[in-house]
Design a binder for this molecule. Sequence first.
Ligand SMILES: NC(=O)c1ccc[n+]([C@@H]2O[C@H](COP(=O)([O-])OP(=O)(O)OC[C@H]3O[C@@H](n4cnc5c(N)ncnc54)[C@H](O)[C@@H]3O)[C@@H](O)[C@H]2O)c1
Length: 330
Amino acid sequence: MNVLVVGGAGYIGSHCVRQLSAAGHRPVVLDSLVYGHRGAVAPSVTTHVGDLGDEPAVVDLLTREKIDVVMHFAAFCYVGESVTDPLKYYLNNSAATLHLLHAMQEAGVRKFVFSSTCATFGVPDKLPMTETLPQAPINPYGQTKLDIENALKALARVGKISFATFRYFNAAGASEDGTIGEDHDPETHLIPVAIDVAIGKRPHLELFGTDYPTPDGSCLRDYVHVDDLSRAHIAVFDKLTEKGAAHFYNLGTGTPSSNREVIRAVEKATGKKVKVVESPRRPGDPPALYADSSKAIRELGWKVRFPDIDSIVATAWNWHRTHPAGFGGR
Ligand SMILES: NC(=O)c1ccc[n+]([C@@H]2O[C@H](COP(=O)([O-])OP(=O)(O)OC[C@H]3O[C@@H](n4cnc5c(N)ncnc54)[C@H](O)[C@@H]3O)[C@@H](O)[C@H]2O)c1
């Protein structure tokens, strides 16, 4: 398959590009590099620097590269910023994505794989979280993703697209060979932040909320390895052959880790202490979020190869240890 990977120079997209190449597909990357890194993509992979909302350029790209499937990882992903600057999120995550979908329609490309998020569910009333839970996002980031899920449903209903949507929980870890990994700027994710503290790049880690109704009082989250996520994207190809296919999958390990457990895993991997400053809960942080991924396991034969936090953190540490400056720029 010729696969256009939109956002392919970003964290999850770049890992998927590698898996696509390894599986014998031909990935082509489209990324504006607003957050991504050239160094995250092998020089042998055709890479176009551009905006996914630029319809004429995208139509041209889809046609020229004879694209069969579009995988869409590109988005702005800072939940807090989406609250303070919602238009930035609606314009990029919703509006630009609608232009991408229109460009696909113009170019006659029908297969689409979309990166959604557990944030579309808001505060779940049941755990673990299945695909059928009500979706009620509590921030604009989650809402922009739900908007696209709804647009996709409408398009599939009239046979204009065949799509799969993956709602990731917390993507984490790095490629096993340590050549690519997570390099966000700013970085807000717990594992890389804890590693930064362990190696002295940050003075301390702020632990938000220590009085949750969880075993150790800190939040429970579901960390899923970035390569496990990527494999699901390739496994879903067979599901896209049917006209108007519409598939939704929650992707997590199903085994949550508390913030304190993650910190301990980082201390174990690095052999260094992570200085923690305890702070009050952040508004809008649910006590626990973890996935029921049995649908992906059943329908896609998806297998979690990194089921525990120690194995995930070990790969993250391997990347950060060998790349203290990340990719060293865009
Ligand atoms: N990281 C997580 O834990 C997580 C969890 C749930 C969902 N997701 C979703 O997964 C996807 C990938 O996340 P990530 O962590 O790899 O993010 P990332 O920021 O590392 O990657 C996103 C990429 O998209 C590019 N991009 C953004 N806007 C663009 C535009 N208009 N045109 C072209 N390129 C553009 C950026 O330059 C970047 O390379 C996102 O859609 C995110 O919402 C991520």
